[in-house]
Design a protein around this ligand. Structure first.
Ligand SMILES: Cc1cc2nc3c(=O)[nH]c(=O)nc-3n(C[C@H](O)[C@H](O)[C@H](O)COP(=O)(O)OP(=O)(O)OC[C@H]3O[C@@H](n4cnc5c(N)ncnc54)[C@H](O)[C@@H]3O)c2cc1C
Length: 290
């Protein structure tokens, strides 16, 4: 089913999750065990990344197919400008639709080493949104949103303008980059509303698991982490290692999630990074476990 229609039909907030497709055979069994654990929180949909971090686009379609056909999830594979030749887009969308999938997230993509811009034709995510709507008009297309601004935009306001442009180009909803200051999310939603756009923007929350993980993730996403949070993580690490960091991360994510929902967010997208337990604890602590 299309994600915006699912959101419209709900009378309670939802959680959704982001999965990274396993890249090697040795990762398959752990990945599908994680999926079974995450299934207990009944996510509204599962997103499947494509070449995130500048890696090749291995496994997105096969993982999406398995999630949809064998596990019954509503699935949203990511499609990128970076990994898609314009001439191959139609067959890519046909393959996605043949698994009964009706949603995609259209992103420009992280550049692999040596690439500085996406190929002409599909240069920006807005180009991809337009082409997907032409080639697969029944699909719901989501786009990336950045409460802290995308690093290439000159200001948050300019960035919100680019987001509005993608939504006007035919995207039906947005999913945000991870962030820690909820005011940035609500400000973005308010500014879009002031521009006449009330399409759902789903905020993303990262439950922090270890000190190393948060440093890697922040580098990868180029997203800022508030100094107070970083110093709490470092203090927790000094006192009790990564177990203490995980406990702090669970509390922080549960509070962020509850505040987002209390402030009117339709639901929350979680980044488990293919580890189920912390996300389950966060959802349980926030009182959202079914
Ligand atoms: C929820 C989410 C999921 C993601 N999943 C993946 C994934 O699976 N794989 C992956 O590789 N990456 C993924 N990313 C990362 C994303 O690909 C990068 O952040 C990328 O640098 C930008 O993608 P975008 O779709 O926002 O690009 P765009 O919307 O194209 O914007 C990129 C930048 O280009 C500029 N720009 C945009 N439109 C115009 C225009 N019309 N004219 C001039 N300049 C313009 C702006 O500076 C903007 O900040 C994801 C990000 C998010 C938030």
């Amino acid at each position: 089913m299309r994600i915006p229609d699912l959101i419209d039909s709900l009378d309670r907030p939802f959680v959704s999750i982001e999965l990274l497709p396993p890249r090697r055979d040795a990762e398959q069994s752990g990945f599908w065990q994680t999926v079974e654990r995450l299934q207990t929180m009944k996510p509204l949909f599962t997103a499947v990344t494509c070449g995130a971090g500048g890696k090749g686009s291995v496994g997105t379609l096969a993982t999406s197919r398995n999630l949809a056909e064998k596990h019954g999830f509503t699935v949203m594979p990511h499609v990128t400008c970076v990994h898609t030749k314009e001439s191959d887009l139609k067959s890519q969308l046909d393959a996605i639709q043949s698994c009964g999938i009706r949603n995609v997230l259209a992103v420009r993509g992280d550049f692999p080493a040596g690439m500085e811009s996406a190929p002409k034709g599909l240069r920006y995510a807005s180009d991809l949104v337009k082409r997907i709507n032409e080639l697969a008009p029944t699909m719901a297309v989501g786009v990336a949103a950045y409460p802290d601004g995308h690093p290439e935009s000159r200001s948050i306001l300019e960035d919100i303008g680019f987001l509005k442009h993608k939504l006007d180009a035919g995207a039906a909803f947005g999913v945000t980059q991870l962030f820690f200051d909820n005011r940035r999310y609500f400000d973005m939603v308010d500014r879009l509303a002031a521009m006449g756009c009330d399409k759902p923007i789903i905020p993303s929350v990262l439950p922090i698991r270890t000190l190393g993980q948060i440093k890697r993730v922040m580098e990868l996403c180029d997203a800022p982490i508030p100094g107070t949070i970083l110093s709490e993580i470092e203090k927790a690490h000094e006192k009790g290692g990564d177990e203490a960091v995980g406990e702090y991360g669970t509390r922080l994510a549960a509070t962020q999630l509850s505040d987002l929902l209390a402030g009117g967010a339709p639901g929350v997208h979680l980044y488990p990074f293919n580890q189920a337990e912390l996300c389950l604890k966060v959802v349980q602590r926030a009182g959202l476990l079914p």
